[in-house]
Design a protein around this ligand. Structure first.
Ligand SMILES: [Zn+2]
Length: 192
């Protein structure tokens, strides 16, 4: 699990080596960030750390629009690891839980669904379905920022079953709708 002292050092120092390995929730703003966020770091007493974006969202935090947690690298801690959790994460990234079920995913990994959920809670502080939900929203956010595709296409490509569901989950995560998020290309490229 995360060492809070190590995370705090990385956060205050904006240490890029930790990017993707943890996220920081700022209690005073309700926003969560990557360690490399360009915004001036919050006071240490106002932050808490999470092992993944889904865990921060479960705790009620919204993704930062400056450091964009959806663009964080796939955690180096999991990358190259052969653990069951890392394999499960890759399968979820590939859409295993967009159509399929947790028991089916667990079966592909050769374990039971409850064991898989326990592993996720232990290592990621989030359930597989919660991680899958965050992954879908993150895919959609990257497509909103990086393409001019119609929102209905983005919903479908990101793995949502309907535009209505996409709008609801996105608004729940970001506190604004996908169309609110869509800005003119010139502003989008300014890095705001
Ligand atoms: Zn940030």
């Amino acid at each position: 699990m995360l060492d809070p002292v190590e995370c705090e050092r990385a956060r205050v120092g904006r240490d890029a080596r930790y990017d993707g390995r943890f996220f920081t929730g700022v209690r005073t703003t309700g926003i969560y960030c990557r360690p490399v966020c360009p915004v001036r770091p919050a006071l240490g007493r106002n932050v808490e750390f999470f092992p993944c974006a889904a865990a921060a969202e479960n705790a009620g935090y919204r993704p930062c629009l400056r450091c964009r947690p959806e663009t964080a690298p796939f955690s180096a801690a999991w990358n190259g690891s052969r653990t069951t959790v890392a394999r499960a994460l890759r399968l979820i990234e590939d859409g295993a839980l967009d159509e399929g079920t947790v028991p089916a995913l667990a079966a592909r990994l050769g374990i039971g669904a409850r064991h898989l959920s326990r592993l996720f809670l232990k290592h990621l502080a989030a359930r597989p379905t919660q991680v899958a939900k965050t992954v879908r929203v993150q895919r959609a956010k990257r497509l909103i920022d990086g393409t001019d595709l119609p929102l209905a296409d983005i919903a479908f490509r990101a793995g949502f079953r309907s535009l209505r569901r996409f709008n609801a989950v996105f608004a729940e995560t970001y506190g604004r709708t996908p169309s609110d998020m869509r800005r003119p290309l010139s502003r989008r490229q300014s890095g705001d």
